[in-house]
Design a protein around this ligand. Structure first.
Ligand code: FES
Ligand SMILES: [Fe+2]
Length: 384
């Protein structure tokens, strides 16, 4: 027997992950714990793809901004003086101090260190004390702009600037999901969870229904749902599950909620959709509500999960909005807690040197697809 190849990025090491789903093994545990593998993921998967920043209604007025911080970048997303959404690296061009934290509104970015000042278009407007510095031109020291595009209110960014346009990345997804009318939705609540797990464990769990009867036996497993992973119809960088069921999947049994979304096509009224836009944006689309998750890797075994709840804006003016929305939040929070707990438990097992890869069930089709999508990029063997 030849020795197992042990180089972390040797494609031979992943030969069994590359097999068809029902013949394949999972990723080696090192892919969920190793600092080198993680660094390679940041450079390829996270710098090279389109990542969700948040919703455009979070920054309705000129000068409104929010920040995004994770292991691959710190950026600020802002509505500029012309009303356009833009993103910049959140670091001063003088000696690198962070410019802003959290969220807020500003007329200009003023660095807290030596007062360099940047307009909302990123240009350097003031830099007191730089008069004697030779060959220094303010025009060369504007903020670094990060490529940013919007899909029906969802702001996405691409860090390396080399991804295909967002519309090409999404493929037929916007047309397919048009009946949900995302542009008319409003984000009503954001929850942030920092968890001791690798980013893939959380995404993989979200994109398989195999665990529902076990992990969610006290919450959503009572819905008589048939869960089918789907393949994208075209070239879009996403995967989808359609879950066929009666009524809504967005409430716990006995709780009341809103009527179904207006304008849904026939199929969409018969079930729920769970989507992954590669690499780290997840959408939950039910007949009466929507919520999203996006994960931000903080370290090989540390992940930030941002959970956003959305409803059609027209619901917000109902006098009973808060009372009914609370039922949806309760369901989302309980199920997310169950998913968080199991993901952390999985990570604890993955950390052990004794842990070896297992096999997949048919319902884990998208786990296998994600793992191979990541390998394509990390090993440099697929299309960017
Ligand atoms: S680091 Fe920002 S002004 Fe000096
Ligand atoms: Fe779950």
């Amino acid at each position: 027997m030849p020795p197992e190849p042990d180089a972390l990025f040797d494609p031979a090491r992943y030969a069994k992950v590359r097999r068809p789903l029902l013949e394949a093994e999972g990723l080696p545990a090192a892919c969920y714990t190793d600092a080198e593998f993680f660094r390679r993921e940041l450079d390829t998967v996270f710098r090279g793809g389109w990542l969700l920043a948040g919703r455009a209604e979070r920054i309705p007025a000129r000068g409104d901004y929010f920040t995004v911080d994770f292991a691959a970048a710190s950026l600020v997303v802002i509505r500029d003086a012309e009303g356009r959404v833009r993103a910049y690296a959140n670091a001063c061009r003088h000696r690198g101090a962070r410019l802003v934290t959290g969220e807020g509104n500003c007329r200009a970015f003023v660095c807290a260190y030596h007062s360099w000042t940047y307009a909302l278009d990123g240009s350097l407007r003031g830099c007191p004390g730089m008069e004697e510095t030779r060959d220094f031109s303010r025009a060369d020291y504007g903020l670094d702009e990060i490529r940013c595009e919007t899909w029906d209110g969802f702001i996405f960014y691409n860090l390396d600037g080399r991804a295909p346009p967002l519309a090409a990345w999404l493929g037929e997804l916007p047309a397919r999901l048009a009946p949900y009318r995302f542009a008319d939705m409003a984000a009503t609540r954001i929850r942030v969870h920092d968890l001791d797990c690798n980013w893939k464990t959380w995404v993989e769990n979200y994109m398989e229904g195999y665990h529902i009867p076990t992990v969610h036996r006290a919450t959503i497993s009572a819905h008589k749902a048939v869960n089918t992973p789907e393949d994208p119809a075209g070239s879009g960088q996403y995967r989808a599950i359609f879950e066929r069921h009666e009524g809504t999947l967005a409430l716990l049994p006995g709780d009341s909620g809103f009527p179904p979304l207006e304008g849904l096509d026939d199929e969409s009224t018969r079930g729920s959709r769970f989507m992954l836009v590669y690499p780290a944006t997840m959408l939950a689309l039910t007949i009466d509500a929507m919520w999203t998750f996006h994960v931000l890797p903080l370290g090989p075994e540390r992940t930030r999960v941002i959970h956003t709840s959305l409803f059609p804006s027209s619901r917000l003016s109902r006098p009973d909005f808060e009372a009914l929305a609370a039922n949806y939040y309760k369901r989302q929070d309980r199920v997310v807690q169950e998913d968080n707990d199991i993901t952390i438990l999985q990570q604890q097992g993955l950390r052990s040197p004794l842990t070896r890869p297992g096999r997949f069930a048919a319902k884990e089709k998208i786990v296998h697809a994600l793992d191979n999508w990541v390998l394509d990029r990390v090993l440099g063997t697929g299309t960017p």
